[in-house]
Ligand binder design. Sequence first.
Ligand SMILES: [Zn+2]
Length: 369
Amino acid sequence: MLQLLRTQPGLTISDLARASNLGKATVSRVVARLRADNHVEECAQLSERQGRGRAGTGLRVRPEAELYVGLHIRTGRVECVLADGAQDIITAFSKAVEHRADREARLQLLEDAIAEALNRANRSRTRLRGVGVAIATPVHPVTHALGPAVRLPEWDRPDISVELAARLGVPVEFSNDSNCSAMFLFASGGLKPGESCAYVHLDVGVGGAVVLEGRIWQGHTGRAGNFGHISFDPEGEYCRCGGRGCYEKYLSLPAFLGRVTPLYGEKSLDEILALIEQQDHSVERVVQESGAILGSLLANLSRSIDPPAFVVGGPLTRLGEIYRRAASDQLHSINPAAGEVRFAAATNLPEIGATALGAVALLISTMQP
Ligand SMILES: [Zn+2]
């Protein structure tokens, strides 16, 4: 019952009875007990918003009743958020990771980050329901084995989530960071509830997610959505994955900055955005060429999974409409019937913890009732 309300706030007693295949009387009894425990409350505004003219009052888990920690393991640092049951951030911060830290030190760092999050917000550990961890590596959906974590090899240990769960006494779920970024879009309005799409995340690396009716399709071994390692040029440069000429080599943030270097020397993304603002034609051409390469990746995805929409996220979406249009034009020149290309707004992102919050959303969606 709680799990249904966590993932679908606003359900009425009748909705819960239908979804759980239990009688309405039984559901009413369970809900009465949860309300007496202050675990569940009415949320009139949510049931109205769903606007299907149903009788009954919408219910949700009281945000204060449950706490979740999200961690995002990045190169050299870990981002940490403490979120309530409504997946709103209570506190967010970043902790540096010593490059030479051994396995024990890394586990301790994650434990310390969780304790610090609770301390900062002055919340009791007894309300902690689980920890979601985002990491740039495939995560096997059944065995939960990580790896290979080519960019973060020091974290690549098969039983790290089991060990952390044993130390903390709450569920711990490691998830691929691009899948977490896609989940965050549902929380932030970048994706509509129940939407399906191919999500492409352009950052230091290039990742992605296959989103099917509001859920992440992880694939047989957790590698679904690993779009950055589809080959663009089979005779291109060797890639960290062992392949050649992967899209990541052409579409990542460093790859894009590298394309501008011969024109203007080393520039930051902000400096390049200022040049675009001034309608610098050389830079615009680089943006259009990069956009066309993105479009050719999307054309591959349109042939293989044919999603109704292609949603792109990450810092390079700040390149804006010239980039989006170049990608969309290339895609539709190859497959005119392909779905729309949309950029997920990069403006309303919290500075720290968007992906970590997505890890919490994924954890909640997979938790056992
Ligand atoms: Zn590769």
